[in-house]
Structure formats: C-alpha cells, structure tokens
Design a protein. Structure first.
Length: 133
C-alpha cells in the first residue's frame, strides 16, 4: 500500500511539473511578445522554467514522504526529462542539442527540492528532541 502511495505521488509530481512548465512557457511567450523579455534571454528563461517546474513537482511529490526522498525526486526528474525528450522528438523533430543544459537545470531543481525537504526533516527531528528534554 505504501508503494502505491509513492507511485501515485511520483505521478502527481510529474503531472504538476508538466503543468507548471506549460503555464510558465505561456507566461514567457506573452513576455517575449510584449518585448518585456529579449529573444536572446529565451534560452536562459527556458532552463529556469525547467528547474522551477521540476522543483515544484518534486516538492509536491515529497509531501508526506518519510524516506527515499532522493529516489522520489530523482524519479520525478527523470520522468519529466524523458517526457521532454519524447515531446521534442515527436512534435518538433528536434535533435539532441541543448539536452545536457536542460538535464542539468532539471537536476538542479530536483536537488534543491531534496535539500530543502531533508533540511525540513532535520528541523522537525531537532525540535522533537529539544521538546523531549
């Protein structure tokens, strides 16, 4: 039963990552059309969108999880990355240029989520230890 909850949370995290990416991409498109963002900054903004999307999805999937946080966040990151590769190949016939930069930005989002979640867990343990004294 615990594994089903973990799989469900990974699926929800991945879906939320994709939805977050779509929303931020629409926002970026509007900003570029209104010339609030220069076209030279679009690549950097896209990498930031990937990092933010994976971060949000990973944090959501880590909510309520006690252990295996790195595995869960890594799985969300990997599934998001594979989905991006699949969509690029299927709809855009894009090659693999820029894949490494995209993967690194996704990994940064996942690692930050793991670090924040593990730090929050340490604070809760410390508070419980202090209260028991």
């Amino acid at each position: 039963n615990k594994e089903k909850g973990t799989i469900f949370s990974i699926a929800i995290g991945t879906v939320v990552s994709v939805l977050c990416m779509l929303l931020l991409s629409v926002l970026l498109t509007v900003l570029v059309e209104n010339e609030a963002v220069s076209s030279t900054m679009v690549t950097i903004a896209a990498l930031c969108i990937h990092a933010i999307s994976v971060f949000v999805g990973s944090m959501l999937s880590l909510t309520g999880q006690k252990g295996r946080i790195a595995v869960i966040a890594g799985t969300v990151t990997a599934s998001y990355f594979l989905m991006q590769i699949f969509v690029n190949m299927l709809f855009f016939s894009a090659g693999f240029e820029g894949v490494a930069a995209g993967l690194v930005s996704m990994l940064v989002g996942g690692v930050i989520a793991v670090l924040i979640k593990s730090r929050l867990g340490q604070k809760k343990k410390y508070r419980a230890k202090v209260r028991s004294r």
